[in-house]
Design a protein around this ligand. Structure first.
Ligand SMILES: CCCCCCCCCCCC(=O)SCCNC(=O)CCNC(=O)[C@H](O)C(C)(C)COP(=O)(O)OP(=O)(O)OC[C@H]1O[C@@H](n2cnc3c(N)ncnc32)[C@H](O)[C@@H]1OP(=O)(O)O
Length: 149
């Protein structure tokens, strides 16, 4: 992981996302990287993001992890395909399946796999793991901003 995180390559004007923008003062600062043909993001949730009962993460945060890592994956895949710098993608569609409770205070691994790149659109499948358990899966449709094309 010697390359900078995908999010650390976003142009400054597009680096203010609460989930992954490096320029957001209070955000989560999620960081995504290549791991072979897949991408990976690791994040340990704080107890303040507890869901319905103690010890477990609320679903919105899980969706955010899938969303932001999906956006980063789309941006990196498109850049790699086109041989261009990373540009900014936004979420057109986000689908999440919650398969098992997701613990807090445990390092989560979010892995992404590119399904399709078509013009400005990139579809990514994602999985959230906690200590070897698959807690959630998701699919995102990401669209490159026109002015970034
Ligand atoms: C100057 C600063 C600006 C800055 C603008 C900043 C934007 C908001 C930033 C929010 C950042 C986030 O939090 S992201 C999370 C929230 N997301 C948003 O707020 C995005 C709001 N939605 C949009 O702005 C727009 O709908 C876009 C950009 C996503 C798409 O609009 P578009 O650019 O006109 O693209 P369009 O031609 O419609 O679609 C391109 C391809 O994507 C497919 N596609 C589009 N929407 C969907 C969808 N919901 N589900 C499946 N597929 C879809 C189309 O079929 C097409 O595929 P094909 O026919 O080519 O196969």
């Amino acid at each position: 992981m010697s390359e900078p995180a995908f999010q650390d390559q976003y142009p400054d004007d597009y680096a203010h996302c609460y989930g992954c923008g490096r320029l957001h003062a209070e955000g989560h600062h999620l960081k995504s990287y290549w791991d072979g043909e897949e991408t990976v993001c690791r994040y340990t949730p704080d107890p303040k993001y507890t869901g319905g009962f103690p010890g477990f993460l609320y679903g919105g945060m899980i969706a955010s992890l899938i969303d932001c890592h999906g956006a980063g994956t789309a941006a990196a895949a498109k850049a790699r395909q086109d041989g261009k710098p990373i540009s900014r993608f936004v979420t057109a569609s986000l689908k999440v399946d919650y398969l098992a409770p997701t613990p807090i205070n445990t390092e989560l691994e979010i892995r992404g796999k590119v399904v399709e790149i078509k013009g400005r659109k990139v579809i990514v499948d994602l999985v959230v793991f906690a200590a070897g358990t698959t807690c959630a899966t998701g699919t995102v449709v990401m669209v490159q901003l026109k002015e970034q094309n």
